[in-house]
Design a protein around this ligand. Structure first.
Ligand code: GRF
Length: 196
């Protein structure tokens, strides 16, 4: 059984899609804890309504960055996390945590990396840039997390067309549908190959 810690800062639709897929597809995994830096994150209320431990861990409570990272690490140890899934987490993962979980942190990004990634490329900025560049295709990428933004090796991608009359919003909705399929399929693969 693969123990997953999900980090999310926002609404949590990828967390929800992953949770549903685990149940419906009997994926040998469980979401052990959801962690957010944002107390108002939809992901936290969703987790609570599903009976999943939901923790608000914010740098505001830990003025010292090292203490904050220690608190995150201790939480991951307490919940025996095998895999960390970043699903719309708006903070950079600390290098110490990245080193403690080699090849065990994955992120979902709403574009076809290595294009349209990196600092500042999040949310609607990504879709606006894709349309402005005249791309005919976009999609979702799941990649390993290393110490740079959106730079770790890509594990899998799912493509969607960019339509001539797309707005960032319509494109975002199409990519999100792809994200909701891609993330569970990658986690399923990891879970099926997981040897405790
Ligand atoms: C997704 O578009 C994901 O690719 C990006 O942040 C968004 C999170 O959406 N990293 P949600 O909170 O899972 O609905």
């Amino acid at each position: 059984m693969l123990n997953i810690a999900v980090f999310a800062s926002g609404r949590g639709s990828n967390f929800e899609a992953l949770h549903r897929a685990i149940e419906e597809q009997n994926i040998p995994a469980q979401i052990a804890v959801v962690i957010s830096n944002n107390s108002a994150a939809g992901a936290l209320s969703l987790a609570r309504s599903l009976g999943i431990p939901a923790l608000h861990l914010s740098q505001r409570h830990y003025p010292d960055p090292a203490a904050f990272h220690q608190a995150v690490l201790q939480t991951l140890v307490r919940y025996a996390a095998d895999l960390i899934v970043l699903a719309g987490y708006m903070k950079k993962m600390d290098a110490e945590i990245v080193r403690a979980f080699p090849q065990r942190i994955i992120n979902i990004h709403p574009a076809l990396l290595p294009k349209f990634g990196g600092e500042g490329m999040y949310g609607m900025h990504v879709h606006t840039a894709v349309i402005a560049a005249g791309e005919k295709e976009s999609g979702a990428s799941v990649h390993y997390v290393d110490e740079e933004y959106d730079r770790g090796a890509v594990i899998a991608q799912q493509r969607v067309p960019v339509l001539p009359d797309d707005t960032p919003e319509t494109l975002s909705a199409r990519v999100l549908t792809a994200e909701h399929q891609l993330l569970p399929s990658v986690v399923k693969n990891i879970a099926q190959n997981h040897r405790p």
